[in-house]
Design a protein around this ligand. Structure first.
Ligand SMILES: NC(=O)C[C@H](N)C(=O)O
Length: 428
């Protein structure tokens, strides 16, 4: 069955011959402006150089704000029983009235509001692709990007973008809020200001999520709270930065400046299913999904118990895993625990899974696992074998494997049944 396509991957076109930079009056009117974005850049190429046209030390930093909607942009809507709904065009006006944004140290800001604005529950891979392509088109003109989305699926969108933007050499900061910007008391204002500040940082070369008082690596983030302002966490990695009276950056965790040119992969293959095990579950449903000849499933993500365990006395489930392997369905083991890593060899039952070809997601979030699978399967240049191998490799700092947790060979020692692991602090 053909996979859902967003854009065919073809041979990368030849980059244009050093096109002239746009004049400031064309692109940077100086004030916050709302534009019906036609694509500001004349380039729609795969490979773009890393620099911005005018050297940033000779001018203010420039940040493009791409607004997709979410609570930050919402206000009570009387036609919807007072429920919160996005207000088209309001963000630009609200931001124009924020005196903080006029200060000299703040970057020059351009806002693009998509239309219609969305609750993030309505967003998916096509929207992710649109954001990725818009960043690509504007990559040369801005020093950094802020993406405003709703919090409910922000960890998915931000994780997806981290994979779609290969060799990212500028900051792309996702943020949103729990309370709309239009309210007198809100978390939107600070989230927005801090994201703009981080989007102006030369040292950030990755997709981040700023929320409340922390900058997190996007593909390590997860939404943990429905009603608190500290709504996101990065359970398996320290924040990239903590905000108090000072901004404390963990620069040793930042991804290095990439060596290659930006390459945007906008195709995601979404033919995957996620299953969370429950003790005593009826696995005939999973069996049906795996063995049904009409099924077009490419990958099955299992949310297992603890360090990656499943019932060992359920031969029928082991059989399903073997059936998946025969049908070239990649089965990936994640954990239901918020913190820690899958260790498939740790318990005997894990060996049965390894024998059935199940691969470990290590300490990746479920959000990152699904988006990484969709990204890898969406790449037409990778074989299923390479997809399987790359699931165990940290591509954008999304997982801690033995290879990625230490800059030198990991030192392990076993004493009294305890394994001592010597991990470096650099987790990428
Ligand atoms: N806080 C939020 O932004 C929640 C909203 N439902 C959204 O995800 O769009």
């Amino acid at each position: 069955m053909p996979k859902p396509s967003t854009r065919p991957l073809s041979t990368p076109p030849i980059p244009p011959p050093n096109p002239p930079p746009p004049t400031d009056s064309e692109l940077y009117p100086g004030a916050i402006s709302r534009c019906k974005w036609q694509g500001a850049g004349p380039f729609d190429e795969y490979n773009l150089p890393q620099h911005t046209y005018l050297p940033s030390h000779s001018r203010k930093k420039r940040v493009l704000v791409l607004c997709t909607g979410g609570t930050l942009t919402m206000a009570p809507d009387s036609t919807k029983n007072g429920g919160l709904a996005p207000v088209e065009g309001a963000l630009t006006e609200w931001m124009s009235n924020m005196r903080e944004l006029q200060q000299d140290e703040m970057p020059e800001i351009k806002v693009h509001e998509y239309s219609p604005l969305l609750d993030s529950s309505d967003m998916g891979p096509c929207d992710w692709a649109r954001i990725a392509v818009d960043i690509e088109k504007n990559y040369l003109y801005f020093d950094g990007f802020v993406v405003l989305t709703g919090t409910d699926t922000m960890a998915y969108t931000a994780s997806a973008l981290s994979f779609m933007l290969e060799n990212l050499g500028k900051p792309v900061i996702f943020t949103g809020s729990q309370i709309p910007l239009c309210e007198a008391y809100n978390d939107a204002r600070r989230n927005l200001i801090m994201s703009l500040i981080f989007a102006s940082r030369d040292s950030v070369n990755e997709v981040g999520v700023f929320f409340h008082d922390r900058l997190l690596r996007a593909n390590r983030s997860t939404k943990i709270n429905t009603d608190r302002l500290l709504a996101f966490d990065s359970p398996n990695m320290e924040p990239l930065a903590n905000i108090g009276i000072t901004i404390d950056e963990n620069e040793h965790l930042f991804l290095p400046q990439p060596k290659g040119r930006l390459r945007v992969h906008s195709e995601m293959d979404t033919r995957l299913m996620t299953v969370r095990l429950v003790p005593g579950f009826d696995d005939s449903v999973i069996k049906y999904a795996v063995e049904n000849p009409d099924s077009n499933m490419q990958a099955l993500v299992l949310q297992l118990y603890g360090a990656g365990n499943m019932p060992s006395n359920k031969q029928s489930f082991i059989d399903v895993l073997h059936a998946a392997r025969e049908r070239d369905i990649l089965v990936v083991a994640t954990t239901q625990c918020l913190t820690g890593s899958v260790m498939l060899g740790h318990y005997a039952v894990g060996h049965q899974m390894k024998e059935a070809g199940v691969v470990s997601a290590y300490d990746m979030t479920v959000e990152a696992t699904c988006c990484k699978l969709a990204y890898l399967f969406g790449r037409d240049d990778l074989t299923p074998y390479e997809v399987k191998r790359l699931m165990g490799v940290s591509l954008r700092g999304e997982m801690t494997t033995d290879a990625s947790s230490s800059s030198s060979a990991p030192f392990t020692e076993k004493i009294a049944g305890m394994t001592f692991k010597n991990r470096s602090t650099r987790k990428v």
